[in-house]
Design a binder for this molecule. Sequence first.
Ligand code: DOR
Ligand code: ZN
Length: 344
Amino acid sequence: MTKSITIRRPDDWHLHLRDGDMLRAVLPYTAQHFARAIIMPNLVPPIVTHAQAQAYRDRIIAALPDGAEFTPLMTLYLTEDSDPADVAAAHASGLVKAVKLYPAGATTNSASGVANFDKVDAVLEKMAEIGLPLCTHGEVTDPNVDIFDREAVFIDRVLDPIRTRHPDLRVVMEHITTSDAVDYVQGAAQNLAATITTHHLVINRNHILAGGIKPHYYCLPVAKREEHRLALRKAATSGDARFFLGTDSAPHTDANKLLPCGCAGCFTAPNTLSILAEVFEQDDALERLEAFTSLNGPAYYRLPVNAATTTLTRTPAHYPAHVDTVEGPVTVFDPDMPLNWSVS
Ligand code: DOR
Ligand code: ZN
């Protein structure tokens, strides 16, 4: 049996760090295990402009523990008023690595997102021209569409038309949850990739709803049927360069998770690598873990692979059940299985 595995240092291609006290509480867990992360811009107010992204990056750097080696890769929040010239300048400066599309009302802090996709056409045109990737929260918000179908309908109604209109636009479908999304990525000739979260490799919708409701498993897009989880596992562990890790680690205090209308998000930063090693070992794919965590993402984002390495050892993982913040505890995602791999 393999006792240890050494991989290039991982990156997280989809991460929520929040701001202020929460940022200071959660950032050390990501900085411990990841060299870089694509930082989601859904703060209140959102990070829309070059100047806002610069200031947010400075706050993240200031919150890093002493000696940490971590580079935040900044994104802009796409609104119907986003300025193509400002987006292009943010990219040209090297600061901004992607633009995030939230359909208005789709998820946490998405009120400023896009309702009329025609209104962002000029920005998408500019992004296609300069090679700046678009990260999509791929769910329609039409109340007539069942929540478990919203990703598949988004592909047909929103994403495919955008990609047909802008064939040079480089797209990352974020946190995919369905076999429909896996098939769509695999069927594209170019300019399309997808991130997959840790938790969507582990839970299906039964884990959330059967035998009592589990608020800490509730995230968006919501986990789907088992057949979809298995499709995600197959894609993630296949080594296919179009699939890579985006944890979507999304901290909310327990008080906010356990409300009658609780927040969406799973906080996986502290134990993600242990869970992934377990998943890849279960699927006989440990030799392809590195592609998923450390190689495929940089290749799609046209960035160098990290020079440093990370060693995982086959020894039980220890991580906190909760992280304490000034606002209250944040529960760490429970994969409900023993984790036999630790980051050395
Ligand atoms: O579960 C989620 N949490 N999904 C999202 O799209 C947003 C995120 C958050 O910001 O909490
Ligand atoms: Zn997210």
